[in-house]
Design a protein around this ligand. Structure first.
Ligand code: NAD
Length: 434
């Protein structure tokens, strides 16, 4: 194992100016292969996705017109088990982003110790502009298009940005009609009555909070007195803020896509949630100052939780960060050049593939329960999730400490290397290389 070649760093820095998210993901994998001194065959096997599908999804809109949406599914690698990953509905979703996120899922599942590979899906759409009926038709069309490559033993989608249990229910129902049997294990994140798992909705945030808690211990930061800034106030951001506030942390800054709220004495996440429900944004929350993302990242705080979209912490914002810990609730929120700056400034970044793996861990619990048709209690889910998150954090933290040149290896690099080691071993034993 080496501390990482400077040529790779240079290549990464040069590339960052113009790279897209897929290239970022490839660079991270390449770097891990080089750091572990594995043969380039391993990189060749992991740099591309096994299968990428683009499909036209025609929907008859409420006014009778036909609108054709574009849907994607990327299946990156299934060495450890069936492909697994969410489906995102977003107007700016694109194929490179989907491919990148499927790579991250392969590594996330390996870090989390769940028997899945990596997949991801998206539909280019703005769900806020669609009626419920249109959303249902679109979701069913997506399943019609992708059903041949999905299945409980093949590829198991889940919710992501702008998709929820209802969307999963429509898709699962459509799949059951196609295969003519109730096969609920095809999708996770479903409603409870349809084989969903208690605690799935809050699982990603809960996992992020556990990971941040473990990170805080290593930095001697008392979590019950920590100041926290949260970017994004949706599923992950809201629940993480709520759970941290319940544990005594002060949520000093929150932003969403329309603006932000800052109060150094602390914002009440539940009140903020109600306010956002009424007004559509956290912006203008009574008693708070209005801020944007750049102010949020520069906030005087101990911990930042990015829980919005990718490429938010950049070379521009990273130098202003005063927090000692970043817990990546979002996927890919930090660019590679920002990573270098944060490393130099001794900021501990708990990477996405570890920090937000709680969602896929509980998705795994849901899939197991579906396969057995036997359902666990919420306390069991929470206990098992906590065990998995603490175990994953310790594996990565110890792996980082065991690396020859510890200072040179970030938690992200350690996580990628740890996952890669597992992937390389299973691919070798399956006869894919070596
Ligand atoms: P969500 O749609 O529920 O919430 C996203 C939030 O981000 C919204 O509040 C939105 O207003 C905000 N946002 C969007 N653009 C923003 C911007 N430019 N600045 C500030 N805020 C902005 O989505 P989510 O499920 O909470 O997912 C958030 C992130 O977490 C995504 O990166 C997703 O891939 C990742 N993630 C989610 C899960 C899950 O189980 N939901 C699991 C793993 C990873």
């Amino acid at each position: 194992m080496t501390g990482g070649g400077s040529a790779v760093v240079l290549e990464e820095k040069k590339a960052t100016k113009k790279i897209n998210t897929f290239e970022v993901a490839q660079l991270r994998v390449k770097r891990a292969v080089e750091q572990l001194c594995l043969p380039m065959d391993v990189y060749e096997l992991l740099k591309s996705c096994d299968r990428v599908i683009e499909s036209a999804l025609p929907v008859e809109m409420d006014d009778g017109r036909i609108r054709v949406f574009t849907g994607y599914r990327s299946q990156h690698n299934n060495a450890l088990g069936p492909y697994k990953g969410g489906i995102r509905y977003h107007p700016s979703a694109d194929i490179d982003e989907v491919k990148a996120m499927s790579i991250w899922m392969t590594f996330k599942c390996a870090v989390a110790g769940v028997p899945f590979g990596g997949g991801k899906g998206a539909v280019i759409c703005n769900p806020r502009e669609l009626s419920e009926k249109e959303l249902e038709k679109l979701s069913r069309q997506y399943m019609q298009a992708m059903a041949p490559v999905l299945g409980p033993g093949k590829d198991i989608p889940a919710p992501d940005v702008n998709t929820n249990a209802q969307v999963m229910a429509w898709m699962a129902d459509e799949y059951c009609k196609i295969v003519q049997c109730n096969s609920f294990g095809v999708i996770t994140g479903k409603p409870l009555d349809m084989g969903g798992c208690v605690g799935r909705e809050t699982a990603t945030a809960r996992g992020t909070v556990y990971a941040v808690r473990e990170a805080a211990k290593t930095k001697n930061i008392p979590l019950d007195n920590a100041a926290v800034a949260v970017q994004g106030f949706g599923n992950v951001g809201f629940h993480a803020a709520r759970m941290l506030a319940d544990g005594g942390s002060r949520i000093v800054a929150v932003t969403d896509s329309s603006g932000g709220a800052y109060n150094p004495r602390g914002l009440d996440p539940r009140a903020l949630f109600e306010y956002k429900k009424e007004t559509g944004s956290v912006k203008g929350f009574p008693g708070s100052e209005q801020i944007g993302n750049s102010e949020l990242f520069a906030t005087d705080c101990d911990i930042i939780i990015p829980a919005a979209l990718e490429n938010q912490i950049t070379a521009e914002t990273a130098p202003k960060i005063k927090a000692k810990i970043i817990g990546e609730g979002a996927n890919g929120p930090t660019t590679p050049d920002a990573d270098e700056i944060l490393k130099d400034n001794n900021v501990l970044v708990v990477p996405d593939i570890l920090a937000n793996s709680g969602g896929v861990v509980v998705s795994y619990f849901e899939w197991v329960q579906n396969n057995y048709s036997y359902y666990w209690k919420e306390t069991e889910i929470e206990e098992r999730l906590e065990l998995k998150m603490v175990e994953a954090f310790e594996h990565i933290y110890n792996f980082k400490s065991d690396c020859l040149n510890t200072d040179d290896v970030t938690m992200r690099e350690a996580a990628f290397m740890y996952a890669l080691k597992r992937l390389a071993e299973v691919m070798k034993v399956r006869g894919w290389w070596g």
